[in-house]
Unconditional design. Structure first.
Lengths: 390, 390, 390, 390
């Protein structure tokens, strides 16, 4: 694990490589590298992470799987019309989009696919290994940014696609990040293999809007000893995610993560539901309304409401780049197993880290500091480096 | 500084003792002591502070100064009609309200008052000392909860009343807490005397609503590397505070604190104004609307809005009790000078503590832990106990 | 149909007589009559209705059916604690509450009730007739203010209770008002009987919050030629109504009315869902959030959001009094059949009146004017008095 | 006043012809004419106005005054970048923008301008007459869409520019529309001349957002007999209008119109202030928050809040086209004096029409119907045609 003089390039293998998030990731990485835009929204560009040995944006190489076949430059055009990408950028980085497009392989299983699960895993892993070899990459991180799957159907159901991809990542020797609420590495079929692999992995479900707010507001109420009686929320979103989450089973997967944040920060689950509505008219824009009824001194009833209007792809993309960089560096540094210190990014983080955003940020910065040291000393916090490679 | 076997009683001397906040403090302390209500909103009732040696609520004795003469039980009745106090409580704790009422002395200067500033200070200090002696108190904490004064008028202007009271506190040997944006101990005339006195003091301007939110949302934007372009706010409030803050000079004092939170957490001051409107129809209830325009990845424009509907007196009162307990204990433990670790409670805290609420809470808990130790070891953080009494 | 010299008293028979709305109706009528409160929220107190011959509030006598047996004075106490009724009022009108309580009869069917539907209708009608005779009333109006029932289950299902009460009203010769979304007179089993009876009836589903707003905002968008693309809403409410509407079947009945307003005023049904959440912590208070995405000139996307925080019982009660007065007077004046001119009050009005609130108000005022004339000339608009009694 | 066989073309002379609103007017008119966009937001495209003899969009010819000299095509480009105009439209209608640009003349007075007020009026009138003759127009309507001026400074102050333009319109024999809160024809120096001229005129201050809402919500509260206690509002806007209205004197002019709507619809002026903040980060987008505290039955306190996020230029432009068409046709039909029936469009309408939007719409539709008749019968409502030309 020595650093060569010419900087090694690092692969980012996107599951769902033709989706809005993936397209924004590839476009944005190229635009920031070219100096067309500042790296707004990228946490790892903060000076705290200087010297942590993260791969440069210009050293990232993109590829991935997708079941769709709309070319990336065309997807970028659509996102430009929808206001997700600023005018002109997609054209300016057309070469990079075309390059990434050439590295996208057909995903699966698609309807009529007769391959077994084992065959699919092998095929996906082969795609990833080919990508690494062909591009002479030091390593590649597999990141799931595909549409949310319905919640798992029980032990006898077929493996969800997200878990097939996760197992393919392990087989290809790649660290894995699950940015969605889908099962992925959480499936029982993957857990033991993940442990055996000695590879680092992170997830799940990127914290980009309503839950991000909850992760700072929940601790506020707890620290001020205010009693939250009901926390209700409605999310309106169009785009592919809106349609996927209109499926109650998929929404259930997402909402579990949202509830976990409240339970962990408040120490109790208040009344209240969370709705996710598919509103195609909103396109890639999301509006989240939260209504929090709480009690103050002597039982006085008060209310906080928040309205978050954001573009999900624009919120997710810089975090995907952050995660790819951090996970690649963790892999390089020999860290293995669940990356508890990356809880800052997730609704439902692996491991037992803190739930309050401030503490998660502190853990992330400390992780960045540990990565600075010669790789042999990077280790999980409070831990005699159990998961490190010998 | 030894603890007697019978617990010593501690005085809380309220400047503005007949106001809404003071009335809620006295009513609430009695109601919680009597078991009529849980201590919702009181930070120091959290297990973290068990064993820190804070005075029990049942050991607090109230008195204070005010220029008005409406009896406390009558004030409590008015607050009950306005929904600030729950029905029945004011009657249930009538004896405690009457007792506190007997300990209120006329404040000043009132119109026609011919006493010099020095005479006023002496008179106020005598009132406080009498209170301590008559009630055989171990000590008393002076807390300013009076209406906000206009911002200071320059070095030649007469001392603001809040500073006269602060100087009286020093002269009476009492620690001091400024829960308002008024000058108090911040006035240059008080600063050096405060230092000489060796007494602990805290302030200023309790963080109860909009600024509390800003102290968690500001860090969120900073940690996520999102660029806040404009942060605008409007506060609607009735009650005495609404009228006081309709004076632009008074509002200016308050807004300085609000802006400081943004500047400190964002590292920059975004566009945007803050309005404070007097809306008598709202009574003691406050509505604060914040509109935050921020940029995400590739300059995508997004918006967060928050609406906070709270009862200011009910938000302030438990914090006043927290501060009285913490400051009294700090005094007992020999801590002196600005209580930087109490920044959690204030918009514009003394000293150079962190501005993010999460870090302020961590500092507060650490302070509580230091207070647990035998008193001789309690000291300001990172400090060889410079201000402790010998 | 001549007016006697001593003013005749008029009965108001409330189905759901022990509920929040009914209790507020009885309390409020007595409080306004006694001069304790102005008639805020009562449309018929406007000078437009002077001279329309409406019964005075002091001439209304209350009774009703309910399956619960909590005494009205006790219900009023609970509503006072919940902030629905102002402190002191329930006590001040204790005699009137007790009087109404004595006129409440057991409703049904309750579990274990072996009576046939026909027997129940007879029994209910007898209760109403007894009430009229015992109190020497000129007439009585039956008003359904009971909890919302699930939507009807098909032609073979048992008649919903609301329809049993509606049929009992017809049998007792009483005009009928349905303030809820339940079937009542809309059931096919009641429609022909209603026509035969020659009695006036009105409904259904009082327009008290979100739909009231929609009835003014929908026309605004239409008149300004702005294209509404999506109209989404979430309602949070506790109290009995929250629990009843947590049943999706009951919510479906309510939402149909809400959608009708949009369809009728916009001329199209936009995207978007409506949620009704049971949030017990909110008690009788309701919060309704609406998010309206619309297009302006050249397709520019804009958004209007509304947040309505109201007390449902306090919004409904004055309208119930208005409806009782108007319907009683219509009956006296010989008007029969569906009271299309009362669409102002309802989400899903009988007949084919306008859907925009302003036009509904104009129709209501015109109706009040027609009632002014000698009774023989009062008639439905644009109609050769087809349904009038000879 | 005979209609020629080939349709006559009609001029629209825009004061402030290079501003955002004017640029959107010219762009949008061309885009709708070319079938690139539907006429969303144009009231006069409703079937109600078919047959009223309004000039077709394709018959409108644009010119105007401005003190700036940025070419219209360039302004349109800026508006496209700011999201006001959709991508591609400005280019598609480049020829029309260039044509209008050629008809723009320098406005005034500019600094250093030594011309007297009388000379300026003559010069402006000459510009307008030249425009009419050169383009062989049947007539031209002068529409003020310039930035808001500070409120007038008293009788001895120089005439505001808006009044100079209004007087120039009269001198050139053109009907006049004031879409801004500036004085224009309201100035005492213009009133009698306007009357003498026999020309129709309309204004003032287009009702595009917060006040539009107030014009439907105010009547709702009044009709429902709900007591509005406080109506508070904050407007955030960037663009030129934000900067202009940051001047308290200019804001005062605008707020007077907003207050008038409440006074007229509620019958009383509630508590509450209106703020207009310049927030350059918002560009041409405006956010208006309104907080309405109202009382229901028995004094129960309730709240409605509205948040309007719109693009001012996109809201104003179609109304400017509506007004130009209606006023041109009124002129053709011989209507003269204040056009009271156009109150639907304005915050502070000329004449004594209704204030509720619904009634204003009814008046507008009736006006459209009167315009259908042979021109000699078109007249102000309830009026023996006092102002018509012989």
């Amino acid at each position: 694990m020595s650093a060569s003089l010419s900087r090694p390039r690092v692969g980012v293998w996107l599951v769902g490589a033709r989706g809005s998030v993936a397209t924004t990731v590839v476009t944005g990485c190229a635009a920031v590298t070219a100096g067309l835009h500042p790296p707004t929204g990228m946490v790892t560009e903060h000076p705290s992470f200087t010297g942590s040995g993260l791969p440069a944006l210009s050293d990232l190489v993109f590829g991935g799987h997708d079941t769709l076949d709309c070319p990336l430059p065309k997807r970028a055009e659509t996102l430009t019309a929808g206001g997700v990408l600023p005018p002109g950028v997609a054209t300016a980085v057309g070469a990079e989009l075309a390059a990434a497009d050439r590295e996208i392989r057909p995903g699966g299983p698609t309807s009529g696919d007769t391959r077994t699960e084992a065959e699919l895993i092998v095929a996906f892993a082969d795609d990833i290994r080919d990508f690494v070899h062909r591009n002479e990459l030091a390593r590649a991180v597999v990141v799931n940014v595909a549409s949310t799957e319905p919640a798992s159907q029980g032990p006898d159901a077929p493996l969800p696609a997200s878990t097939l991809y996760a197992l393919a990542a392990l087989r290809a020797g790649c660290p894995y990040v699950n940015f969605t609420p889908s099962e992925g590495m959480h499936h029982t079929a993957a857990a033991s293999e993940a442990e055996r692999s000695g590879l680092p992995y992170a997830g799940r479900d990127g914290k980009t809007g309503q839950t991000l707010l909850r992760a700072v507001l929940g601790p506020m109420f707890a620290q001020r000893a205010l009693t939250v009686r009901a926390w209700s929320g409605t999310n309106l979103l169009g785009g592919g995610d809106g349609a996927a989450l209109a499926d109650p089973a998929a929404a259930a997967a997402k909402n579990a993560g949202k509830e976990r944040v409240l339970a962990d920060t408040l120490g109790t689950v208040p009344e209240g539901e969370v709705h996710i509505d598919d509103v195609p008219a909103l396109g890639d824009w999301k509006t989240a309304w939260d209504h929090i009824a709480f009690d103050g001194f002597l039982g006085t009833r008060m209310v906080l409401q928040t309205i978050w209007q954001g573009c999900d792809s624009a919120l997710a993309a810089p975090l995907v780049l952050d995660l790819a960089r951090l996970t690649a560096r963790a892999h390089e540094a020999g860290v293995s197993g669940p990356l508890t210190d990356l809880g800052f990014f997730f609704k439902d983080p692996v491991g037992d880290g803190p739930a309050a955003l401030g503490e998660q940020y502190a853990a992330l910065v400390a992780f960045g500091e540990r990565l600075r040291a010669p790789s042999s000393t990077a280790r999980p916090p409070g831990d005699a480096a159990p998961g490190e490679r010998s």
